[in-house]
Design a protein around this ligand. Structure first.
Ligand code: IDP
Length: 151
């Protein structure tokens, strides 16, 4: 089982898409290990988007991410990092594949509704960045046998 970090960004909150996006991820079979709303501080965003510091659009990304609280999710499942990445779609939402969350609901590079960890290594850093150990839950799901069957 892998855990991955998802953030439902302020455009998802403002456009009332939190339930829709959460339902898609949940229906896929991903287990919710952690779920909360939070406001993102400057410090947290500088760390989370450290690969973008220095890019001309970075100040806009930061203020966008602070427009409203975000919904932080930790999702669990076999190969969950790649699975969630595929469900989200590519950064440039207008070009994201139909059927993906960005492909179905977003038109912008910046306002692309959702963040998800891009690799297992990143997820292992991002989950503890957003969740304290006591905010993450381990429990069995009655349908797991059906979900994964033999592979
Ligand atoms: P990702 O979210 O698909 O992993 P990253 O390249 O890590 O993409 O960028 C993080 C976020 O920064 C994007 O989701 C988007 O909101 C914003 N962003 C990335 N590139 C641009 C840009 O060229 N203009 C405005 N915002 C951008």
């Amino acid at each position: 089982m892998e855990r991955t970090l998802v953030l439902l960004k302020p455009d998802a909150v403002q456009r009332d898409l939190v339930g829709e996006i959460l339902a898609r991820l949940e229906r896929k079979g991903l287990k919710i290990a952690g779920l909360k709303m939070m406001r993102l501080s400057d410090e947290l965003l500088n760390e989370h988007y450290s690969h973008l510091v220095g890019r001309p659009f970075f100040p806009e990304v930061k203020s966008f991410m602070q427009l409203t609280p975000v919904v932080a999710l930790c999702l669990e499942g076999i190969d969950s990092v790649n699975t969630v990445r595929a469900i989200c779609g590519i950064t440039k939402a207008r070009e994201a594949a139909p059927g993906t969350i960005r492909g179905e609901f977003a038109m912008s590079v910046q306002a692309n509704l959702i963040h998800c960890s891009d690799s297992l290594e990143t997820a292992q850093v991002e989950v503890p960045r957003f969740f304290k150990p006591e905010e993450l839950f381990t429990y069995s799901d009655a349908l797991e046998g059906y979900l994964y069957n033999s592979s």
